[in-house]
Design a protein around this ligand. Structure first.
Ligand SMILES: C[S@@+](CC[C@H](N)C(=O)[O-])C[C@H]1O[C@@H](n2cnc3c(N)ncnc32)[C@H](O)[C@@H]1O
Length: 277
């Protein structure tokens, strides 16, 4: 199909389904241009946390390997940071199945995780199955407190100044990441408290510019130098005392490989009629 024919076909499809316009507006090359217009073509700094001694032997669990689940290395990163910095208090925006908070909970004293209430998700048109999957892995953990609300309107004040590690993994739109980042600054126990953002990359080697822009917009300029993408993961991290990083390089040769020994535990289905016979 030639370019003109493609253009007409695209216009026809957009008229039929205007939602397709998002694919153009949210294309990474479009967002990269927007990012560079604001911040210039800054080299993205990458930190290699899997080099740290705490990363040598980890037990990442639970790990559902279901749609939308984080990478093993994302959960591992939260564990490494919790161990290395002796994190006591952890605050998360975006619970979903509770996998990330369940991975952190053995290493911290208190973990707090905020998610949209079930009723709000229902009004947003989410399926009952999706809603039911929330808190699956975290609901029985004694040091995990589940909080319900929209991070745009939730009253965080009782948690201000109390958190060692804040994990932002809720709404990944620019506006929401910017807002949640500003909230994280208020939650920090001190300026040394760590902030981790999930989905700051679209895969382990490609930045996700909308999220990066939300992060930088949300932080004061002097903190920008302390934000790093985390190699082998989808995360970015604010680490004020780190001086070791490389410029992010796409398609670099691997510097290591990981070895995973997989084991599994079967879970009881809540409703026996939904079991496969
Ligand atoms: C990517 S998932 C979180 C995954 C989870 N951290 C994990 O690794 O297991 C994002 C979650 O954030 C919730 N969410 C989206 N927007 C939100 C908001 N404005 N406030 C609170 N929660 C939100 C969604 O309901 C969804 O469950």
């Amino acid at each position: 199909m030639n370019k003109i024919a493609k253009l007409f076909k695209a216009i026809k499809l957009i008229i039929q389904r205007p939602v397709l316009l998002n694919l153009i507006v949210n294309d990474q090359s479009v967002l990269q241009k927007k990012f560079e217009k604001r911040y210039g073509s800054i080299p993205l700094k990458e930190i290699d946390i899997f080099d740290w001694p705490q990363a040598q032997q980890l037990n990442v669990s639970p790990m559902s390997f279901l749609s939308g689940s984080s990478l093993v290395t994302d959960f591992a990163l939260l564990q490494i940071l919790s161990i290395h910095y002796k994190v006591q208090t952890y605050f998360e925006i975006g619970t979903w199945r509770g996998e990330s908070v369940a991975n952190v909970s053995p290493f911290v004293t208190g973990a707090y995780t905020l998610n949209l209430p079930d009723e709000t998700m229902r009004k947003l048109g989410h399926t009952q199955a999706y809603i039911d999957s929330h808190r699956y892995f975290s609901k029985k953990l004694s040091n995990v407190t589940h909080l319900f609300g929209d991070s745009a309107t939730f009253d965080f004040s009782e948690f201000y100044g109390r958190m060692d590690l804040i994990f932002i993994d809720g709404d990944h739109s620019l506006k929401a990441v910017q807002r949640d980042t500003q909230t994280a600054l208020k939650l920090q126990k001190s300026l040394d408290s760590i902030i981790v953002w999930h989905d700051a990359k679209s895969d382990t080697e490609y930045p996700r510019y909308e999220v990066l822009m939300g992060i930088l917009n949300g932080l004061p300029k002097e903190m920008h130098q302390h934000v790093f993408l985390v190699r082998n993961s989808l995360c970015a991290v604010y680490l004020p005392n780190n001086n070791q990083y490389q410029e992010m390089q796409i398609n670099a040769l691997p510097t290591r490989f990981f070895e995973l020994s997989l084991s599994q535990q079967n879970l009881q289905m809540p409703n026996s009629s939904s079991q496969i016979k």
